[in-house]
Write a protein that binds this ligand. Structure first.
Ligand SMILES: [Zn+2]
Length: 216
C-alpha cells in the first residue's frame, strides 16, 4: 500500500464543508476541480456515489472500475469509471491507502439480517442516500429515486477479501486527518452518506464528522 500526499493546502480551498456524524450530503463538482474527503477523527466509513451532472443515467460503476484496474481496492491512480465506461474522477492522493467498493451501503434490511430484528429502525446509509436525493431532487427539479442508487464506494472502509474470496468487515486502517483526493474529469454530482452505522467496526462503533474540500 503506498500513501500519496496532495500538494494542495486547505487554506487555499474554494469550499470547505463539514458533514456531521451520520449525516447525508449532496453537491456539485466541476470538471478539473479537486475534491478531498477528510476523515477528521478516524475510522469513519464514507459511503459515496457519483453521477454525471444533469443526468440520472450515467453514474459510478463499481464493476467497470474494478475491471479496468484489475483490482478490487481503490487508491491513488484509480480511475472511477461510469457505467458508460468513461472516467468520472481520478484518485490523485490518498493518505489512508485502501477504500472499498464491494461492501455496499447499510440499510434497514441489512441491519436486520446482519444484526437483529430490533435494529431495523436504526439510521442507515440507504435512508441517508434517499433523503439527500429527495432534497436535491426538489431543489433541482429532478426526479431521483431508489432505482438511481447503484453499488457505492466506501471511502476509508476496510473490507479485506480472504484468499477464499470471503468478504470481511475489519477494523478500519484510517485515522484522524487521513484523506482521499480526486480530480473530476467531468462535471459530477456527489452523493454521500457519512455512515451512521453503530453495529460494525467500519466506524469503530462511533460515527464522526468528515470535512469536504474543493479546489479550482
Ligand atoms: Zn452505512
Amino acid at each position: 500500500m503506498s500513501l500519496v500526499e496532495s500538494s494542495l493546502h486547505a487554506s487555499r480551498a474554494l469550499r470547505r464543508e463539514i458533514v456531521g456524524a451520520g449525516e447525508p450530503y449532496m453537491g456539485s463538482i466541476k470538471k478539473g476541480q479537486h475534491f478531498r474527503i477528510v476523515d477528521l477523527e478516524g475510522n469513519q466509513a464514507v459511503d459515496t456515489l457519483f453521477y454525471r451532472a444533469g443526468t440520472l443515467e450515467e453514474r459510478y460503476s463499481a464493476q467497470d472500475t474494478i475491471r479496468a484496474q484489475s483490482n478490487i481496492y481503490l487508491t491513488t491512480g484509480t480511475r472511477l469509471l461510469s457505467n458508460e465506461g468513461r472516467t468520472m474522477l481520478t484518485i490523485v492522493a490518498d493518505t489512508c491507502g485502501r477504500h472499498d467498493t464491494l461492501g455496499g451501503a447499510c440499510s434497514a434490511e441489512s441491519n436486520t439480517v446482519r444484526y437483529a430484528l430490533e435494529k431495523r429502525h436504526m439510521h442507515s446509509c440507504r435512508d441517508n442516500f434517499l433523503i439527500a436525493l429527495a432534497r436535491w431532487g426538489s431543489q433541482h427539479a429532478v426526479g431521483f429515486s431508489k432505482r438511481d442508487l447503484a453499488s457505492n464506494i466506501n471511502f476509508f472502509m476496510n473490507v479485506p477479501v480472504t484468499p477464499a474470496g470471503k468478504l470481511t468487515f475489519a477494523d478500519g486502517i484510517s485515522s484522524a486527518g487521513r484523506y482521499v483526493e480526486m480530480r473530476a474529469e467531468m462535471d459530477v454530482t456527489v452523493l454521500i452518506s457519512n455512515c451512521p452505522q453503530l453495529n460494525n467496526p467500519c466506524n469503530a462503533y462511533n460515527p464522526t464528522p468528515i470535512e469536504l474540500m474543493v479546489w479550482d
